[in-house]
Write a protein that binds this ligand. Structure first.
Ligand code: ATP
Length: 461
C-alpha cells in the first residue's frame, strides 16, 4: 500500500502528459495484490487496475483507465448507489471509512458473478482521497445460501443489500430483529445469519412464539427436572439451553403474550435460568435472532409489547423487502422453486415467456410462499413441461400498470374447519386476504396462531 500511496502523485495523476505512465506505475504497485484490485477517484473514474482485475473482467488497460467504474463492473451508465445498491464508493468518500459489500459484477461477456468488495481508503501526498477496491470473487455455489436444502435466491439490489446486512450483522454477536411481511423469507434469513456467524457449527434452535402454549412456556424454554410436575418423566433440556453455543431464533415474536415476554426478558437480560423443578442457576451462551411482521414499536406504544424487550431484541434491525419491491428476483426464485417441485413430484417444469412476464407483473401479497403456491398449482395444471400464462391462478391479478387492487371479498366468517385441521384452501385464502393472517384467522373463526402453525407445517411438507 505504501508503494501505491507514493505513486499517487496528484501532479502526475492529473497532469495531461503522463497519465498512462503513472497508471502503469500504479498498476505495478497494485499487482502486489493477488485479488483483482482497482483504484478509483472521487468522480468514479478508474485510475489504475491490476493484472488480476483485467484478467477477471477480460479488459485491456486502455479500455478501462479513465472510464467510470460502474460502466465496467455493472455495465451501467449510472453509479450503483443510484440503482439502490450499497456502494463502497459512496461510503468511502462520504465517511472516509473502509467499507465492505457484496455485489454482482459482469465481465465482458455479460457473465454475472457474485463478489465481495473491500473498499480501502487511500490518500495521495496532498491528502486527496481515492477508493482502492479489492474484489474477492465468490464461488458460483455462493450465489445462493444453502441451508438444509433451502436456498435464499436473489440478485436485485434490494435483495443484495439485505443479504449484505445479514452478513454484516451475523459477524457481530448482537441480537437481531428481522422485520418483513409474511412469506418474505424471515426464517430463511435467520438460517443465513446463523450460517454466516461464528456460531455456524453450533445449534440453531427455533421457537415458534405464535404456537407456544402459555402454560408450557417455561418448561419448553428453560426445560425441567425429573418430577417437576405431574406426569413429568425424566429431565428435559429447554430450547434456550439447547441453543448453547449457537443461535436461538424467536419466530413471530410479536405474538408472544405479555406474561411470556417478561419471562423471556429476564433470561435475555441475565443470561441465567433455572429448569422447572431445579435449584441450580444455569447459564447458556446464546445469540438471539427474532422475527416479526408486526410493528413492535407501535405495539410497545400501545403497551401490547414490552418496550424493554423490544430494545433487548432489536440491537440490530433488518427489513426484508417484499417480493413486489424486487421483481427482478421473481424469475430466479421461480426457477429454483420449480426445480424443487420437480424433485418432489418427479417432473420437470419451466415457465413460458408470457407466464414469466405475468408473474413479474403480479404484486404477491403472500410473497415467496405465494409464488410457490401459484407454481405448484400451475405445475399440477400444465399438460406438459411448459407452464403457460393460462396455468397461473392469481387471486389479485393487479399489475403495476393497473395498480388498484381489487377489493377483498367481504369477510363473512366461515364455519371453522374440524378441530386442529388445516383447511385445504389455506394458501388460497392467504392470497385472497393479501397475506393478512389475522383476517384469514377471523374468516375461519380460528386463532391467528393456528393459521401460523398450519402455514409452517405446509412449508415443511
Ligand atoms: N429468497 C428466497 N429464495 C427462495 N425461496 C425463498 C426465499 N425466501 C423465502 N423462500 C421460501 O418461501 C417460503 C416462506 O419463507 P419463510 O418461512 O422464511 O417466510 P417468513 O417470512 O418466515 O414467513 P412467516 O412470517 O409467515 O413465518 C419458504 O418455503 C421459503 O423456503
Amino acid at each position: 500500500m505504501e508503494k501505491l500511496r507514493n505513486s499517487l502523485d496528484p501532479a502526475r495523476l492529473h497532469g495531461d502528459s503522463s497519465v498512462s505512465e503513472t497508471a502503469l506505475e500504479l498498476e505495478s504497485a497494485l499487482n502486489i495484490q493477488q485479488n483483482p484490485m482497482v483504484l478509483i477517484d472521487r468522480d468514479y473514474r478508474i485510475v489504475a487496475a491490476n493484472r488480476a482485475y483485467r484478467e477477471a473482467y477480460g479488459v485491456r488497460r486502455e479500455e478501462i483507465v479513465g472510464k467510470h467504474c460502474h460502466e465496467i463492473s455493472h455495465h451501467s451508465p449510472i453509479p450503483c448507489h443510484m440503482r439502490g445498491e450499497d456502494c463502497p464508493h459512496q461510503a468511502v468518500f462520504r465517511t472516509g471509512q473502509a467499507h465492505e459489500v457484496r455485489h454482482i459484477h459482469y465481465d465482458q461477456n455479460n457473465h454475472a458473478e457474485h463478489v465481495r468488495i473491500r473498499g480501502h481508503v487511500l490518500h495521495d501526498p496532498s491528502g486527496r482521497t481515492y477508493l482502492g477496491e479489492e474484489i474477492i470473487r465468490l464461488p458460483p455455489q455462493d450465489d445462493a445460501i444453502t441451508c438444509n436444502d433451502l436456498r435464499m435466491v436473489g440478485k436485485s439490489p434490494a435483495f443484495l443489500r439485505c443479504l449484505h446486512h445479514l452478513e454484516m450483522a451475523a459477524r457481530t454477536d448482537a441480537s437481531i430483529l428481522l422485520f418483513g411481511e409474511s412469506g418474505v423469507g424471515k426464517e430463511l434469513a435467520a438460517q443465513a445469519i446463523h450460517h454466516f456467524s461464528s456460531r455456524a457449527a453450533g445449534p440453531l434452535i427455533t421457537v415458534d412464539c405464535a404456537t407456544l402454549p402459555e402454560n408450557l412456556f417455561e418448561s419448553e424454554i428453560f426445560g425441567h427436572e425429573r418430577g417437576a410436575f405431574t406426569g413429568c418423566v425424566g429431565r428435559k433440556l429447554g430450547l434456550y439451553e439447547q441453543a448453547h453455543g449457537g443461535t436461538l431464533f424467536l419466530d413471530e415474536v410479536g405474538e408472544l403474550p405479555l406474561g411470556m415476554q417478561a419471562k423471556l426478558l429476564r433470561v435475555l437480560e441475565t443470561g441465567s435460568f433455572r429448569r422447572l423443578g431445579g435449584n441450580d442457576n444455569l447459564r447458556a451462551d446464546v445469540r438471539v435472532v427474532a422475527a416479526t411482521n408486526r410493528d413492535l414499536r407501535a405495539m410497545a406504544a400501545q403497551r401490547h409489547f414490552r418496550e424493554d424487550l423490544y430494545y433487548r431484541l432489536a440491537a440490530i434491525t433488518i427489513d426484508l423487502p417484499p417480493l413486489r419491491d424486487r421483481r427482478e428476483d421473481i424469475p430466479g426464485i421461480a426457477k429454483v422453486l420449480l426445480e424443487r417441485i420437480g424433485r418432489d413430484w418427479s417432473g420437470h417444469w419451466t415457465l413460458s415467456r408470457e407466464a414469466e412476464r405475468r408473474l413479474c407483473a403480479y404484486n404477491f401479497p403472500g410473497n415467496v410462499r405465494e409464488l410457490r403456491n401459484i407454481l405448484q398449482k400451475a405445475a399440477a395444471l400444465a399438460d406438459g413441461p411448459i407452464i403457460e400464462a393460462k396455468h397461473l391462478e392469481f387471486f389479485h391479478p393487479a399489475t403495476p400498470e393497473s395498480s388498484a387492487m381489487p377489493s377483498v371479498p367481504a369477510a363473512r366468517p366461515r364455519p371453522a374447519p374440524g378441530r386442529g385441521q388445516c383447511p385445504a384452501d389455506l394458501l388460497d385464502l392467504l392470497e385472497r386476504f393479501q397475506g393478512n393472517r389475522r383476517q384469514v384467522a377471523e374468516y375461519l373463526g380460528v386463532s391467528e396462531r393456528s393459521v401460523y402453525r398450519w402455514l409452517k407445517r405446509l412449508d415443511r411438507d
